[in-house]
Unconditional design. Structure first.
Length: 356
């Protein structure tokens, strides 16, 4: 591709880059909601748009005629714990999106005993007709994206295998390839072994304390995840209302968030709760209670508002966001030791401020 053609594509992509960034974030949140809604534990979900620099470095080899047909401009990766979770996520994806199977690598295609390495399930997807018709999704309806579904151990392979440069000497190259094959087989065996151990432990587990009631013995324990957090606030609807009202009374501008906006706010609250080591009911309950002690929470909200009063007119503080700000302010001793960019905390804070 000549220089003028590359420059033209670069300009077109720069005009669309913010749209792809936004799409990557929203698709990541949607996928997390869908997967956790089926009680599948998610290790992480990461979505990103190809940067303009990355785009320009590969534009010369692109074979698509228009940006809209390029599936690698928006990429999302879901990491789960066990191989059977990969299959469950794949089922959800096939139901909720339109899949371009000609450019996808479904789980069934990885069964070949002759395959090399430890590849991931990968799909080129786009919004289905129903979701694309929704007003909040309409601007993304023609944008494809690439989704990778891996276990954590598969991600280890993907991160390290490319670092091994194979020599040109045929004999040495074959020896190294055989060793890589053995390593990939060991990781695959470990994946399946952990699943087998987990299932055995779950089936044979015995309670170590006497349940408080007969009903308690029948109730299965449930991991506290993002879906559980949503249920937590649905059961305590007054919590969100009180902190929405508190933010408005302090001076933050009132606004009516869409359901999609609230879902994203919930995701960022879940991110900061995990980072602040409050990702279970007990510490969260304790934190919520502490906000009411001597008006502590309202005092903190007021402190945040006064510190940013000149720019607060553009802030969007719903109930989840108010709690996000309170955790950020009151658990700073823990959070300051973490990578707030990697953990999505900075992005969540910027969103409240109207920066992104």
């Amino acid at each position: 591709m000549n220089g003028s053609r590359t420059d033209e594509w670069g300009r077109k992509y720069m005009e669309k880059y913010s749209l792809y960034e936004e799409f990557a974030e929203r698709i990541g949140n949607l996928l997390q909601n869908l997967v956790e809604g089926e009680n599948i534990e998610v290790y992480s979900v990461f979505g990103r748009a190809k940067t303009p620099e990355e785009f320009l470095s590969t534009a010369g080899t692109a074979d698509a005629s228009v940006l809209a047909g390029m599936s690698d401009l928006c990429r999302v990766k879901i990491l789960v714990n066990f191989p059977d979770d990969v299959a469950k996520v794949e089922d959800i994806v096939q139901k909720e999106f339109l899949a371009d199977l000609s450019r996808s690598v479904p789980l069934s295609s990885l069964d070949s005993p002759d395959r090399y390495g430890y590849p991931a399930v990968s799909y080129v997807l786009s919004l289905n007709r129903e979701r694309g018709a929704l007003r909040e999704w309409a601007k993304y309806k023609d944008l494809p994206f690439t989704l990778e579904i891996r276990t954590v151990l598969q991600e280890v392979w993907a991160a390290n295998a490319p670092k091994v440069s194979l020599p040109t000497d045929t004999s040495t190259k074959k020896k190294m390839q055989r060793k890589l094959l053995r390593l990939s087989a060991l990781l695959e065996e470990a994946d399946e072994g952990f699943l087998s151990l987990w299932e055995s432990a779950r089936e044979s587990a015995m309670p170590v304390t006497v349940p408080s009631s007969p009903d308690a013995a029948l109730a299965p324990s449930k991991a506290f995840d993002r879906a559980s957090l949503k249920e937590y606030f649905e059961e305590r609807g007054d919590v969100l209302r009180r902190w929405t009202d508190a933010a408005e009374e302090t001076g933050f501008p009132p606004f009516i968030p869409s359901q999609e906006y609230l879902e994203t706010s919930l995701s960022y609250l879940w991110d900061i709760l995990r980072a602040a080591e409050m990702d279970s009911r007990e510490p969260l309950d304790e934190f919520i209670r502490s906000l009411d002690e001597e008006g502590r929470g309202k005092e903190q909200i007021s402190t945040i508002y006064r510190a940013f009063e000149k720019e607060a007119s553009s802030w969007k503080v719903d109930g989840y966001s108010a709690l996000f700000l309170l955790v950020l302010n009151m658990k700073w001793d823990i959070l300051q030791q973490k990578d707030l960019v990697e953990l999505n905390i900075k992005k969540g804070s910027d969103r409240i401020k109207g920066v992104s």
